[in-house]
Design a protein around this ligand. Structure first.
Ligand code: FDA
Length: 586
C-alpha cells in the first residue's frame, strides 16, 4: 500500500536502546513511533547487571521503583564464586558489583541509586509500558526494510509481518536501535573498528532449586572451571542466576570455527548437571540459544538525520555488564538533543555532539569488556591449566594448589593475584560512573580554561566525582526538614539547571534572563540555608568545585556543561554565550 504514517522520530528496535529512547522522547513530549520485529520484547534473559548510572536515569524518569520491584537487589548479587562445580570445591570468591564494604562505601557516596540485577525479559516490558503510556506509538511484528533521507526527513519502508503488507513511515529523524546485526547501521555504512564473531557461546536456561548451594554466598555469577567449559575464549562455564535461586542461565562456549553446534535437551541437561556437580539434579531445560562474541565499535554514530545506538554501535562480550547499560545511556544522551532541535531550541550542530560524546565511550567499553574476558586467562595460567591437555591433568593441576610445597605456595599466591585482576571486570566503578565528554571535541561542553584534574586513584576501578566540564554531576544529598534529595533530583531532563550558592544569587536572575533570551528552560537552584535546598551534610561544598558565588551548569543528561569559579561581571551575557554554544545556536 502507499499509506504514509508520520512521526517526528522513528525508532527501530524495542531493546534497551530503543525502548529507553522511546521512553525519553515521550517524557520530553516528542512524537515518536517505535517498531520492532517480533510480537513482544526479548525472549531470553540476556543483559542483567544494571549499574548505578542507569538506575539514576531510571530515577530521573520516575521508574526506578518499578525496576527495583522486579530486580534482585544489590546485596544478593555480589558474592561471586569460582569453583570446580557449584557443589564442588571453591577456588576463591570475590565480592563484586560494590559488595565489598570498602567498595560499597564508594557506591553509597557516588549516587542516590544502587545497582541491581534485572534480566532483560523483565526490564524491557517496563520500558515499553512506560514509553507507550507516555505517548509512544508502539508497533510490534513490524520490520525495518530500508530508508532514504532528504533535507527535511527520512522515508522508512516497513513490513507489517502479520498482514505481509509494506508501508512507509515519514520521520524527521530515524534511530537504529536494532542490535548487533543492525540493518540501519548497515544501510548507513557506518565505519567500524574491530571484528565480529571471534568466539561462540551458548545460553542454556533452566529451572532447578539451587538455594541450599547459593543462599549463604548470594551472587548472580558462579564461574565453573571444568574441562570443556570454554566460553567464548574464557575457559569457564558460567552459571548465572536469573531469579534467586530457582531460575538460571548457563553460558557455555563452543568452537565457532566448527559452526553452530546441535545441542539436544539431553545434552543441555548433562551440561547443567556437570556444572552444578549433581548427577541426579532435577532440571527443567527452558531454552537453548547461540550467540557470538564480538569486539567491534563504530567511530561515527550518525549520518544526516539517521542515528544508531546500543549494540548497533558497540558489540562486545557480557564481561563488565556494560551492554544494556551503555545502550540506555546512549539514548539518554541523544534524546534530549533531538528534543531540543525539534523544538527549535538548538541548531542541528548539537546532534553531531552525539558521535563526539558517545563514540569514545563505545570504544572504551568494547576494549574494556574484551580485555576483561581475556584476563580470565591469568587465572588459568595461575592454576596451570593453560598447558593441561586432558581432564585428568586439569584436575591434577587444580589439586596442586593444596600442596605443602614451595610450588603449592607459589600457586596459591598466583591464584590470589589473578583474582585481584578480576576487579577490573566486577568492580570497575570508574568505567561505570566516570564517563566524560571532552570539551575539546564536543561543542555541547564548554571548558573553563583549567586542566582536567589528575586522578588520585585508578580511573577504571574508582569513580572520582568532579564538576570539571563534561563529567557527570557529582551526587550530594541536599534538602530541608521535609525532603532529602540528590543534586541529580534538582536537575530536570527537560531543561538546563544552574547550581549556585548564596553569594552567587545573581546567577539565578541571570539564568532566567538567559533562558528567556534563548527560549529554553533554565532552572536555577541556590543551595544554602534558607534557600530552595540546603547542603544537608556539607558535602556539596566539597564537591561543587567552584566557590560559593560560582556556578555549575548542568545539562539535561546530568553532565556538567560548563562551570564558573566565581560570579562574573556580566552573568546574563556569559550564560547566553555558553548556552548558545552548547545548543549550537551560533
Ligand atoms: P537489542 O539486541 O537488545 O535489541 C534490538 C531490537 O531491534 C530488538 O527489539 C529487535 O527485535 C529489533 N530489531 C532487529 N532488527 C530489526 C528490524 N529489521 N526491524 C525491526 N526491529 C528489529 N549482555 C549481557 O550483559 N549479559 C548477557 O548475558 C547477555 N546475553 C546475551 C544473549 C543473547 C542471546 C544476546 C543476543 C545478547 C546478550 N547480551 C548480554 C547483550 C545484550 O542483550 C545487549 O547488549 C543489549 O540487548 C543491547 O541492547 P540494544 O537495544 O542495543 O539491542
Amino acid at each position: 500500500s502507499t499509506a504514509v504514517v508520520e512521526t517526528d522520530v522513528l525508532i527501530v528496535g524495542s531493546g534497551p536502546a530503543g525502548a529507553s529512547a522511546a521512553l525519553f522522547l515521550s517524557t520530553l513530549g516528542v512524537s515518536n513511533t517505535m517498531i520492532t520485529k517480533y510480537r513482544w520484547t526479548a525472549n531470553t534473559p540476556r543483559a542483567h547487571i544494571t549499574n548505578q548510572r542507569t538506575m539514576e536515569i531510571f530515577r530521573d524518569l520516575g521508574i526506578e521503583d518499578e525496576v527495583l520491584a522486579d530486580a534482585t537487589p544489590h546485596h544478593l548479587i555480589g558474592d561471586t564464586v569460582f569453583c570446580t562445580a557449584i557443589a564442588g570445591e571453591e577456588i576463591g570468591r570475590i565480592l563484586t558489583w560494590g559488595n565489598h564494604p570498602a567498595r560499597h562505601a564508594d557506591h553509597e557516596l557516588a549516587s542516590p541509586s544502587m545497582n541491581c540485577d534485572i534480566p532483560q525479559t523483565y526490564l524491557e516490558p517496563i520500558l515499553v509500558r512506560n514509553a507507550t503510556m507516555r505517548g509512544t506509538q508502539t508497533r510490534f511484528s513490524t520490520e525495518y526494510l530500508g530508508h532514504t533521507q532528504d533535507s527535511s526527513g527520512v522515508d522508512v519502508r516497513v513490513l507489517d509481518r502479520l498482514t505481509g503488507s509494506e508501508y512507509t513511515i515519514r520521520a524527521k529523524y530515524l534511530l537504529g536501535a536494532d542490535g548487533a546485526r543492525s540493518a540501519v547501521a548497515a544501510d548507513l555504512d557506518l565505519p567500524y573498528e574491530g571484528r565480529m564473531d571471534i568466539a561462540g557461546s551458548m545460553n542454556i536456561t533452566f529451572k532447578a532449586d539451587l538455594g541450599d548451594l547459593c543462599r549463604h554466598r548470594p551472587s548472580v555469577l558462579y564461574w565453573v572451571i571444568q574441562p570443556g567449559a570454554d566460553v567464548g575464549g574464557i575457559g569457564a562455564g558460567l552459571v548465572r542466576m536469573v531469579r534467586p535461586w530457582n531460575e538460571w542461565l548457563i553460558v557455555w562456549g563452543f568452537d565457532i570455527e566448527q559452526g553452530p553446534t546441535e545441542v539436544s535437551e539431553e545434552d543441555a541437561r548433562g551440561i547443567v548437571r556437570n556444572l552444578v556437580g549433581d548427577p541426579d539434579l532435577d532440571v527443567e531445560i527452558t531454552g537453548i540459544s547461540l550467540w557470538g562474541n564480538n569486539e567491534q565499535y563504530a567511530t561515527q554514530l550518525q549520518r544526516g538525520r539517521v542515528f544508531c545506538a546500543g549494540d548497533a554501535v558497540h558489540k562486545h562480550p557480557p564481561s563488565n555488564g556494560l551492554g544494556s547499560n551503555t545502550s540506555i545511556q546512549d539514548s539518554y544522551n541523544l534524546a534530549w538533543k533531538l528534543a531540543a532541535v525539534l523544538r527549535g531550541e538548538a541548531g542541528p550542530g548539537l546532534l553531531e555532539t552525539y558521535t563526539a560524546e558517545r563514540a569514545p565511550v563505545a570504544k572504551q567499553i568494547v576494549v574494556r569488556a574484551n580485555r576483561s574476558a581475556r584476563e580470565f586467562g591469568a587465572l588459568f595460567t595461575a592454576l596451570g591449566l593453560d598447558t593441561a591437555e586432558t581432564p585428568e591433568q586439569m584436575h591434577a593441576r587444580i589439586e596442586e594448589r593444596k600442596d605443602a610445597t614451595a610450588d603449592g605456595a607459589a600457586k596459591r599466591a598466583a591464584v590470589r593475584e589473578a583474582m585481584e585482576l578480576k576487579n577490573y571486570e566486577f568492580n570497575a566503578h570508574g568505567v561505570e560512573m566516570g564517563q566524560w565528554y571532552d570539551p575539546a571535541t564536543s561543542t555541547a561542553v564548554v571548558g573553563d580554561g583549567t586542566a582536567r584534574p589528575e586522578p588520585a586513584r585508578d580511573l577504571e576501578l574508582f569513580y572520582e566525582p568532579s564538576t570539571y566540564p563534561g563529567g557527570r554531576l557529582p551526587h550530594a544529598w541536599v534538602g530541608d526538614r521535609r525532603r532529602k534529595l540528590s543534586t541529580h533530583d534538582l536537575a530536570s531532563y527537560t531543561g538546563f539547571t544552574l547550581l549556585t550558592g548564596i553569594t552567587g544569587e545573581a546567577w539565578a536572575a541571570a539564568a532566567q534572563k538567559a533562558g528567556e533570551a534563548l527560549g529554553v528552560r533554565v532552572d536555577a537552584v541556590v543551595i544554602g540555608p534558607g534557600r530552595e535546598v540546603t547542603d544537608l551534610y556539607f558535602d556539596w561544598a566539597e564537591l561543587a568545585g567552584v566557590a560559593e558565588d560560582g556556578a555549575v551548569l548542568v545539562r539535561p543528561d546530568k553532565h556538567v556543561g560548563w562551570r564558573s569559579r566565581h560570579l562574573v561581571d556580566d552573568p546574563d551575557g556569559e550564560l547566553v554565550r555558553v548556552l548558545g554554544r552548547i545548543l549550537s545556536r551560533e
